[in-house]
Design a binder for this molecule. Structure first.
Ligand SMILES: Nc1ncnc2c1ncn2[C@@H]1O[C@H](COP(=O)(O)OP(=O)(O)O)[C@@H](O)[C@H]1O
Ligand SMILES: [Mg+2]
Length: 493
């Protein structure tokens, strides 16, 4: 590509120089020819005047003498009387020559009139082109004329010589110009090639390519413009890719969710259907089993109810349809209420439940109902996943402009590799165990969204067989809630 642009540029410059050369040749030739002929005319006129002085006009002219004089002057010599009769000629017999007083010989007409005359034309007698110069004279031939003629071939040869020299020197003078032009052409073509290559990269989708932005020339500006464009494109592309990935993720989560929901619903429904049929097929009268079957049906119906309840809650919170009533709540009030709610359950499981009192001034700007839901979910998990004899502690402490609340247990713990997905819908470390304990796998997902609705964050620290601690933050006051951006981490999952 560089080569082609370079050749085109160079060819253009070459044509330009060639045109200049032709013009120089044309004008130089004309000037040289004019000058040369004018000089020649003057010189021949002088010669002719000298010859005119030396020639006797009245006596019959001696042909031999005329030829001698012509030879000495390097041309043809003709003497003409004022009436046009040729008296002598160095090349032809005057007796046979026609009358020379005619408009075909303007140089003679001027000489008859007493002036110097000249003309260039083909000779009727000799057939070649001549320069004719005529002067009045000789002295004793009043009104007559003496004419010298030189073949023009000589003039042409001289002019050709001058022309050749002019051409050679002009061409030589152009050499440095061509060299400079070639350098410029190469420089331009290289930069062009760089720009084209860059454009090619962009076209192929490599928006990371950059041109060197050197200089304030058009190329520098072009490079800057292209780089800016590339940067814009790169940013836009990244943005689109991010959005695309985000959409894909959302879509995947949605599909998973639908599959999960139908799966979760199918098991209890199938169970209810199966036991109902069994009962109707006669088991109703089987005193030994009918109550057990009814119990199973009830448990599964309860399970369905819990699932529906959790799904509704989740969708309400997720779609921000839940109306929160924010107000300032003292931390200890929130904790006491939650602990009182689950105390019977803890006692039943023989688990010590402890509230670590927060500083009296500690408060949260929150929806009391939502926080109660968050805490009961976390406490419910803690009780479920803590073996008998274990202990659970809840507490809160101010953390900057937030209040950090924690629920700590001495339970089974969560393997580190499970932690990243723990807050996803339906994600359970041990599905069978969760189901057996009446879990739906939606609790932590609901918690995460409720915390997000308060612009807070949630995290968990856990060691397997040792226990887990869940931490979440709530805004300390109204200004924190309004000033805080929603945590971008909380999207659809
Ligand atoms: N305190 C905890 N100790 C151990 N595992 C926990 C604890 N809390 C939650 N988990 C794990 O996280 C999973 C998801 O919890 P959650 O969303 O509340 O669902 P569910 O309680 O219905 O099983 C649980 O199934 C369990 O595996
Ligand atoms: Mg739970």
């Amino acid at each position: 590509m560089t080569g082609r642009i370079f050749l085109k540029l160079l060819l253009g410059l070459f044509c330009l120089l060639l045109l200049a050369l032709v013009a120089v040749d044309y004008f130089a030739t004309r000037v040289a020819k004019d000058t040369y002929i004018r000089n020649l005319v003057e010189q021949r006129a002088d010669n002719a005047r000298v010859l005119a002085l030396a020639l006797p006009g009245s006596a019959p002219l001696d042909g031999e003498k005329v030829r001698e004089m012509a030879r000495a002057s390097g041309g043809r010599l003709t003497v003409v009387r004022s009436d046009g009769r040729v008296l002598a000629d160095s090349e032809a017999d005057p007796a046979r020559m026609e009358n020379h007083r005619s408009s075909a010989r303007p140089e003679l007409l001027r000489a008859f009139a007493g002036q110097v005359g000249w003309d260039i034309r083909r000779s009727a007698t000799m057939g070649i082109r001549f320069l004719y110069v005529a002067v009045p004279g000789p002295k004793d031939l009043p009104g007559g004329a003496l004419r010298l003629a030189v073949p023009l071939a000589e003039v042409d040869r001289q002019v050709a010589g001058i022309r050749g020299r002019v051409l050679v020197s002009t061409a030589l003078a152009f050499l440095p110009a061509i060299a400079v032009a070639a350098l410029v052409a190469r420089r331009i073509s290289r930069r062009f090639a760089a720009v084209m290559a860059h454009a090619g990269e962009l076209a192929r989708g490599n928006f990371r390519a950059r041109l060197p932005e050197a200089g304030s020339s058009e190329f520098g500006q072009l490079a800057r413009t292209l780089n800016d464009t590339a940067e814009e494109l790169e940013k836009t592309l990244e943005q689109l890719q991010r959005e695309h990935a985000e959409l894909e993720k959302v879509e995947r989560i949605r599909k998973d969710f639908v599959i999960n929901v139908s799966h979760e619903l199918r098991t209890p429904l199938a169970s209810i259907q199966g036991y109902t049929e069994t009962l109707m097929d006669g088991a109703l009268d089987d005193q030994e089993h009918n109550l057990r079957f009814l119990g199973i049906i009830r448990r599964n119906a309860e399970r369905l109810a819990r699932l529906t309840e959790d799904l509704l809650t989740l969708s309400r919170v997720e779609q921000k349809r839940q109306n929160f009533e924010f107000a300032s709540h003292p931390a200890n009030e929130l904790l006491t209420e939650a602990v009182d709610l689950v105390r019977p359950m803890a006692e039943k499981s023989d688990i010590r439940l402890e509230m670590e009192t927060a500083p009296a001034a500690a408060a949260a700007w929150c929806d009391g109902e939502a926080v109660s839901q968050i805490l009961s979910n976390l406490l419910d998990n803690a009780i479920k996943y803590t073996p008998r004899g274990g202990s659970i502690a809840v507490g809160a402490q101010p953390a900057g402009r937030f209040l950090e609340v924690y629920v700590r247990d001495t339970g089974i713990g969560i393997p580190a590799e499970e932690l990243p997905r723990l807050f996803e819908r339906f994600y359970r470390v041990d599905k069978a165990r969760s189901r057996q304990l009446g879990g739906t796998g939606l609790g932590l997902s609901i918690v995460k969204h409720l915390v997000a609705a308060h612009h807070g964050t949630i995290r968990v620290e856990s060691r397997i067989h040792e226990g887990s601690t869940f931490y979440f933050t709530l805004p300390g006051d109204e200004s924190t809630l309004n000033g805080e951006r929603l945590n971008p981490e909380f999207t659809a999952s």
